[in-house]
Ligand binder design. Structure first.
Ligand code: SF4
Length: 84
């Protein structure tokens, strides 16, 4: 899956979300916190869902913070990294 695949990197409103699948251990904390944003694929690694817009910015940030290996990166519209 290349880095520009929307399952891996996607702009949601002012936020840009990115998952580093090489870090993801499939703990699914992100799925539990933001089930409309995240799912595990058949490699047991997280992907961004098309329904991601249905989650609030706060929930998206909570899910990133919940990831035990900090595999979810979120930046704002100025490119500033909000998490981790
Ligand atoms: S919480 Fe982190 S490690 Fe767990 S599935 Fe989500 S991205 Fe992967």
């Amino acid at each position: 899956m290349d880095d520009n695949d929307p399952k891996v990197k996607r702009k949601v409103r002012t936020l840009t979300m990115r998952i580093d699948r090489s870090l993801c251990i499939g703990a699914a904390t992100c799925v539990a916190i933001a089930p409309k944003a995240w799912a595990l694929d058949d490699e047991a690694k997280a992907i961004i869902l098309d329904s991601v817009e249905e989650e609030t910015d706060e929930t998206l940030l909570e899910a990133a913070k919940g990831c035990p290996v900090m595999a979810i990166f979120i930046t704002d519209e100025t490119g500033k990294q909000l998490y981790p």
